[in-house]
Design a protein around this ligand. Structure first.
Ligand SMILES: [Zn+2]
Ligand SMILES: [Zn+2]
Length: 431
């Protein structure tokens, strides 16, 4: 395969330039201007496009097993491929929970058969996400988990978080935490503020998130181990992480596209499709998340792709489940909201979507280094398109971005040298 005429941007190696890329036997083998096409070689035209490492999302919910009316490994992997993602890490709030090695083995066996991209999973921190007893981290690592998370059910007991950090750290894996003190949720997961008030809701203050972020940062400091903070949404949380990094704490953090794009005012317009956990916050919080991404406090961008059915989301703000789909709008939102306004350079944006998140979970992904698996995303950074949920490959239609015009469109997604998405279609049948 020869990818021709694109602007190669590979933050992990620093390589950038108008270069062709040759792929042989699933691996990247050669870069150069105007490489000659070998006999029988397929070509991928990339003129006017950016050729980036395949995107990496370390925070998705594929709902499989157990909740496959919302999403499954096939539909989720198709949504990822359509969004330019070649590697994702699935969270543990499935049924059953991946808290035993045999469940993790089953996940990887099925992923190999059903998914068109690279799927990984975390193991849960506690059995059945109950926050009571730590799982067998060593056994789960052996089965292939890339970290430990009870995302969605924050671990309440700080002693358990401490022991989790010690045990995961000894294995070289991160503890990946959803930060939110649920005791501070008054009625439902919306930001405590004027938008909630006008809807007759009390909501939860950013303090609920800040308390857990501070706790986890201090526990990481105490243990000397790596904590990864998910979906940072609060200005104070950004400051806490910034200060912790400055004194050498092993903390990494991610932000989601919705948290650097929308405020809680979106609740008034989009209702339950703007409800997620942590919730959309104030303009000052959005500005702080953007600043955190720009100055490196927030290392990575992760979608928290969380599909729900139309019926589930139609229950009204109080009852509707939290979460929005994110894989198919992420790159367009990053380009439109962060790169075009100059908040991130193209290289910085791609770094936060590729090798940096991969490194957080210890994966050698998200690079175009010669000899590595040819996971490649070709996208047109000038193409403008409109978000139309009915066209999503995800089963979920729950997005607050319906009708939004985004700049930056995925043209082609290549996984291990195989084209899996091209010009709007999934190419490879399920294998
Ligand atoms: Zn979460
Ligand atoms: Zn999540």
């Amino acid at each position: 395969m020869l990818i021709q005429g694109g602007l190669v941007l590979d933050p992990a190696t620093g390589r950038q330039g108008q270069l062709d890329i040759r792929v042989k036997e699933g691996k990247i083998t050669e870069f150069g201007p105007n490489l000659a096409v070998s006999p029988g070689e397929t070509t991928v035209p990339a003129h006017g496009c950016i050729v980036a490492p395949g995107l990496v999302d370390i925070h998705v919910h594929f709902r499989d097993p157990g909740l496959t009316h919302k999403e499954d490994l096939i539909s989720g992997s198709h949504a990822a491929a359509a969004g330019g993602f070649t590697t994702v890490v699935c969270m543990a709030n499935t049924n059953p929970v991946p808290d035993l090695p045999e469940r993790v083995h089953e996940f990887y066996n099925r992923a190999a058969r059903e998914a068109v991209i690279n799927l990984y999973t975390v193991g849960s921190v506690t059995y059945n996400l109950e926050g009571k007893q730590l799982t067998d981290f060593a056994a789960l690592k052996k089965a292939g988990v890339v970290g430990f998370s009870d995302d969605g059910n924050p671990v309440d007991n700080p002693a358990l978080v401490r022991h989790a950090l010690e045990q995961a750290g000894a294995l070289g894996l991160p503890v990946i935490n959803h930060c939110g003190e649920l005791a501070l949720v008054a009625d439902t997961i919306v930001n405590e503020g004027p938008a909630a008030k006008s809807l007759g809701l009390k909501g939860m203050p950013t303090t609920a998130e800040d308390i857990h972020v501070a706790r986890d940062v201090h526990l990481a400091e105490l243990t000397g181990q790596h904590v990864h903070i998910q979906h940072v949404s609060s200005a104070t949380a950004v400051s806490i992480i910034r200060e912790a990094k400055a004194r050498g704490v092993k903390v990494t953090a991610e932000a989601g596209p919705h948290h650097f794009t929308l405020t809680d005012a979106a609740l008034l317009e989009y209702g339950p499709n703007a409800k997620m956990n942590p919730p959309l916050r104030t303009p000052a919080d959005v500005a702080a998340v953007r600043q955190g991404l720009a100055d490196g406090t927030l290392d990575a961008i992760a979608t928290d792709h969380a599909p729900h059915t139309v019926e589930e989301k139609a229950q009204g703000l109080l009852e509707a489940p939290c979460g929005i789909v994110g894989l198919e709008t992420a790159l367009g939102l990053v380009w439109t909201e962060l790169v075009k306004p100059g908040i991130l350079t193209p290289m910085q944006a791609i770094a936060k979507l590729t090798y940096i998140p991969a490194n957080i979970v210890g994966l050698n992904k998200g690079t175009l280094a010669p000899g590595t698996a040819a996971d490649i995303t070709v996208f047109d950074p000038t193409s403008v398109w409109e978000v139309q949920p009915e066209k999503f490959f995800s089963k979920g239609r729950n997005t607050p971005f319906t009708g939004r015009r985004l700049t930056g469109k995925v043209i082609c997604t290549i996984v291990g040298g195989r084209t899996v998405f091209q010009n709007g279609n999934i190419v490879s049948p399920v294998h």
